[in-house]
Design a protein around this ligand. Structure first.
Ligand code: BG6
Length: 480
């Protein structure tokens, strides 16, 4: 007969629901390399890292990265070692369409993705494909990129090509990865390519165009492809949890959430087809006070509202950490220049005692994940939430106990949210392996597998966390 402690331990194991799916993720620019191979044209990250190399911490780039373009069989072998249900990766627009338009399909680039997808399917690992993970063709940037409304059609044409090429085998599609991050950091500041730095204006133009482009791609899939091939399509939104500093900051923290991720979620999932009311009102008032003749936040036309609302089968969520929020008193009223953080009227910070890894912004706060999941469930009437990224950065080495603690803590929080009624069928670790990190280059390591960047093959070696994740995937359970 079982001893009391063994019995207790067995009973305390937390099972994941039947059909729960486990995966890992990467993105094209971060792992593929082969930046100019076989007809691929440059994207904005190639351009930025070649013209301004030290905008990246270690002055390095993704020219070779993990060489996944050539090492894809090893990547699939790692997926098999982990026992994954699916693998999330992104397509490089400029590899498939070197002119950016559908007039010329680059067969060699298509072959790479066919090879990867077919190799995965051989072992019953499902592809989850992101159409856009930040690597815009440089030519399109020269025409204004995501601030040019014509990009809605350019993106829809690219999406249709991707559905035609891979839709027979890919059943889960994501239009965009984290639009706030590439719109705000790329168009509002100099943090990411294309470093446009027109804050308080350009990030909102980008946001609107991305939302309409997403919606168009969704409807193309829904009408032209789904009836014959099935499948689902959604969008991935990056969202932190915002915790009020004091009771007086509760409303403010709510508003910060509306700015930071409601900006993208509200138009699609609230069924209004429009930006959150707090954004519309606040930005219109500030714009008027600053002398603008119209709000810096663009308006959707009635036709756009119609296509944006409800345009997702699932809410893709990338979640990493939590921030504390308090009132931005120092601004004391209106700025005389537009600023996103002034629009938001808040300051954010993370207490020093929260445990951190290698990344300055990423602290291990699992209760914030639980709060966010239950908030999304309530706010948008319980949509399916696919966790499309969650992970932790270290400085390297195979003993990554911090990552193990982080993943286990966040999975426990996820199970708590499921117990409370959230609909979460998918969890994805960022990342399958170390890769080129935006801005940080190769100085931060997110991988379950370590990558040796000195070796020509970019040798991949499992970390301790890979064995722990493998066991979670195998047992479909977590012992708290
Ligand atoms: C997510 C991105 O925001 O965070 C990934 O989707 C990225 O592409 C990851 O690698 C880690 O971010 P960072 O800023 O630490 O490189």
């Amino acid at each position: 007969c079982e001893s009391k402690t063994v019995k207790e331990a067995r009973q305390s194991v937390r099972k994941f629901p039947d059909r729960f799916q486990f995966g890992t993720a990467t993105a094209s620019y971060q792992v593929e390399g082969a930046w100019d191979a076989d007809g691929k044209s440059p994207n904005i990250w190639d351009h930025m890292t070649h013209t301004d190399p030290c905008s990246i911490d270690d002055c390095r780039n993704g020219d070779i990265a993990n060489d996944s373009y050539n090492q894809y069989k090893r990547d699939v072998e790692m997926m098999r070692e982990l026992g994954l249900d699916f693998y999330r990766f992104s397509l490089s627009w400029s590899r498939i369409l070197p002119t950016s338009f559908p007039d010329k399909i680059n067969e060699a680039g298509v072959q790479y993705y066919n090879n990867l997808i077919n190799e995965m399917l051989k072992y019953n690992i499902q592809p989850m494909v992101t159409l856009y993970h930040w690597d815009l063709p440089q030519k399109l940037q020269e025409m204004g990129g995501w601030t040019n409304p014509h990009i809605v059609d350019w993106f829809s044409d690219y999406a249709r090509v991707a559905f035609e090429l891979f839709g027979d085998r890919v059943k889960n599609w994501i239009t965009f990865n984290e639009p706030r991050e590439f719109c705000y950091q790329g168009y509002g500041t100099v943090t990411k390519a294309p470093k446009l730095n027109i804050q308080g204006v350009a990030e909102y133009m980008c946001a609107k165009n991305v939302l309409v482009a997403h919606a168009k791609a969704y409807h193309i899939y829904d009408k032209e492809f789904r009836p014959n091939i099935g499948g689902t399509i959604g969008i991935t939104i990056g969202a932190l949890w915002y915790e009020p500093e004091t009771e007086n900051d509760v409303q403010l923290a709510e508003e910060v959430g509306q700015f930071e991720w409601g900006q993208y979620a509200h138009p699609i999932f609230s069924k209004t087809g429009d930006f959150p009311p707090v954004m519309k009102e606040r930005i219109a008032a500030k714009s008027a006070a600053q002398g603008f003749k119209r709000s810096r936040l663009p308006e959707f036309t009635p036709e756009e509202v119609e296509i944006v609302r409800g345009s997702a089968d699932f809410f893709g969520l990338n979640h990493y950490t939590t921030n504390m929020v308090y009132k931005n008193e120092s601004l004391n009223g209106y700025y005389d220049v537009p600023s996103y953080y002034d629009d938001m009227e808040a300051k954010l910070y993370q207490p020093n005692h929260w445990s951190a890894g290698a990344s300055f912004w990423l602290k291990d706060v699992p209760w914030g994940f639980y709060n966010l999941l239950t908030k999304i469930t309530e706010e948008y009437d319980n949509p399916p939430v696919f966790i499309t990224e969650n992970g932790f950065a270290t400085r390297g080495g195979l003993d990554d106990d911090d990552r193990i603690t982080y993943v286990r803590g966040y999975l426990n929080a996820l199970l708590d949210a499921i117990e409370e009624g959230s609909n979460i069928p998918v969890y994805t670790v960022w990342s399958l392996m170390d890769n080129f990190e935006w801005m940080r280059g190769y100085t931060e390591c997110y991988g379950l597998y370590e990558v040796d960047y000195e070796s020509p093959q970019r040798t991949r070696t499992p970390r301790k966390s890979a064995f722990v994740y493998k066991e979670i995937v195998r047992s479909r359970a977590l012992d708290p």
